[in-house]
Design a protein around this ligand. Structure first.
Ligand code: NAP
Length: 310
């Protein structure tokens, strides 16, 4: 059988993405094939597509972008015992921008009833990143009443969950966003502040008790200000400013253990389903418009999570 997938054979702009008809991928040991219902766009997808992270002039073989996926199990590889054909799941599948994608069973969790496919696909990367970074920052499970955290990029995919998780753990949160997203950040339980020039002064006025910890999610140059606010690089973490982290001695966190990611998703999903955590607005695109979706995300043209629906 064949099905459609988005791929690129050269690094470049959004125009290098093309929809092709290909043989359905076959699940190997420990894997399942999903009929993809929705696949989210993440900044990593367009960063990889440009080749900026590759160190080679062209991808070695055609690349299908995407990780975040929600779909139905339609074929099960050897050794998979906890998933069966027909199960509805979400998680990470390399090459999710497709009608069919193969995922490691260990990277998937069951989709709760009542959670839409689009929202389900929007969660795995951003939720697991928020949990991982807060854990590494010392804001893991437990009561953190009395701790003040600044989240830079609080209206973004990762920021939204980082703010809500920190608030749920008792922290006081100040979150940066554009002027148009101040109310959204307030609705998450944080004190909003506009990012940009003069940030240190504005945050100090909003948090006269002082700032204990900082999470930089935007990669827009605020890391030095955040270190100034918290007083030392060990009290800050970034997911988006690799060069700044090197220069300032701040931890840059990436990657992650699939078992942890499943645990974190399992913790977040009930809170999302019963409304304790707000989800980001979702904007959908067909597979044919994957390039436009990536470009809209890269240039901040569309708020919320951008999701491909095959
Ligand atoms: N290392 C990792 O494991 C990891 C994992 C996930 C993501 N990331 C990286 O983290 C970054 C954010 O990802 P995301 O999915 O949250 O992206 P996103 O949903 O596109 O959100 C980006 C946010 O950045 C905000 N922003 C724009 N300009 C800003 C500025 N000058 N100062 C502060 N914030 C600004 C925007 O806020 P407004 O809309 O209010 O302007 C927007 O909400 C990306 O670079 C991504 O590649 C890394």
């Amino acid at each position: 059988m064949t099905s459609r997938a988005v791929q690129y054979r050269h690094f470049g702009g959004p125009e290098v993405l093309e929809v092709v008809e290909r043989e359905d991928p076959v699940p190997g040991e420990g894997q399942v094939r999903l009929a993809v219902r929705a696949a989210a766009v993440n900044p990593l997808d367009w960063k990889l597509r440009t080749g900026a992270m590759a160190g080679t002039p062209a991808p070695p073989e055609p690349q299908v972008p995407g990780y975040d996926v929600a779909g139905v199990v339609e074929a099960v590889g050897e050794g998979v015992t906890d998933l069966a054909v027909g199960d509805e799941v979400l998680g990470k599948a390399p090459g999710a921008y497709a009608e069919k994608a193969v995922a490691n069973a260990g990277s998937l969790v069951r989709k709760p009833e009542g959670l839409s496919w689009e929202v389900a696909a929007s969660l795995p990367v951003v939720v697991s990143t928020a949990y991982r970074a807060l854990d590494q920052l010392g804001l893991g499970e437990g009561d953190h009443t009395g701790t003040t955290l600044v989240v830079d990029g609080a209206s973004g995919g990762v920021g939204v969950y980082a703010v809500q998780l920190a608030v749920a753990r008792g922290a006081t949160v100040v979150g940066t966003a554009s002027a148009g997203h101040q109310d959204d950040v307030r609705a998450l339980g944080a004190t909003p502040v506009v990012y940009g020039e003069g940030l240190v002064q504005r945050v100090r006025e909003l948090a006269p008790q002082g700032v204990d910890l900082a999470f930089e999610t935007a990669g827009k140059g605020a890391l030095r200000d955040l270190v100034t606010l918290v007083g030392s690089p060990e009290r800050a973490i970034t997911i988006a400013d690799y060069a700044g982290a090197q220069e300032l001695g701040v931890v840059f966190t990436s990657g992650g253990d699939p078992a942890d990611e499943r645990r974190w998703l399992a913790d977040a999903l009930p809170r999302i389903v019963d409304g304790r955590f707000r989800t980001t607005a979702v904007v959908t695109y067909p597979l044919e418009e994957a390039g436009r979706a990536q470009d809209d995300n890269q240039h901040g043209r569309v708020s919320g999570k951008l999701v491909l629906v095959p």
